[in-house]
Design a protein around this ligand. Structure first.
Ligand SMILES: N[C@@H](CCC(=O)N[C@@H](CS)C(=O)NCC(=O)O)C(=O)O
Length: 207
């Protein structure tokens, strides 16, 4: 989304967990990775900062000045603890089941170590977590009640941080476990439409 926001060509390359080590010089532990003019940039936020520094004349990803970066950082620091575990619990077995056998082995081993339990025990039915998930999104909901985007009148990287997080649910459940008229659902649909419907073309695991 950040690349498209900057008007750069985007090619999405689905990458298995066991394929991360084969990217570029093999030192990356996670995706995304940006290779640009011989330098490797890891981590979404660092990539967005790099794009902003390199293409300042294109639509901005951050409001100008350090305050813009701090505001986006706040969204990132809020969204991860508020949402990642809840989302993981809703989809962990679906992610596992969508992987090839070698990736399933890696995924089960790394996540069972991280969460300290079997994947099957970690998983919860999305319906059981629906209220907690809706409550966790309240800061975004209240903001989107009076602003079309977290970035105000147009999307910024702050929008893509939350959008990217929620895309896990869209990809694996085929929907967000929220009411259709929820402000967050409506904003999510607007995000799906951005950049020629770029994210609508992302490969979905759920039918
Ligand atoms: N904060 C990092 C998180 C990256 C991250 O955790 N990526 C996951 C996939 S979305 C990954 O590559 N995991 C590799 C693994 O678990 O081995 C970013 O936004 O770039």
């Amino acid at each position: 989304m950040a690349l498209a926001h900057k008007g750069l060509d985007v090619e999405m390359v689905p990458t298995p967990f066991t394929g991360v080590a084969a990217i570029a010089d093999g030192t990356s532990k996670t995706v995304p990775v940006l290779e640009d003019d011989g330098s490797l940039i890891r981590d979404s936020f660092a990539i967005a900062l790099h794009l902003e520094a390199r293409h300042p004349a294109r639509p901005l990803l951050f409001l100008a000045g350090e305050g813009g970066v701090a505001a986006a950082r706040f969204v990132e620091r809020w969204a991860a603890p508020a949402l990642h575990i809840l989302i993981s619990r809703m989809i962990i077995m679906r992610v596992h089941d969508a992987l090839d056998p070698a990736d399933q082995t890696y995924f089960r081993g790394s996540r069972e170590k991280r969460f300290g339990m079997r994947l099957e025990s970690f998983e919860e039915a999305p319906e059981a977590l629906r209220d907690a998930f809706a409550a966790a999104l309240e800061p975004a909901r209240r903001t989107l009640h009076s602003h079309e985007w977290l970035g105000g009148e147009s999307p910024l990287f702050a929008d893509y941080i939350l959008f990217g997080t929620l895309m896990w649910l869209d990809i694996f459940l085929g929907r967000l476990p929220l009411a259709p008229d929820d402000e967050v659902t409506r904003w999510f649909e607007r995000c799906l439409d951005l950049h020629g419907g770029l994210a609508r073309g992302a490969k979905r695991a759920a039918a």
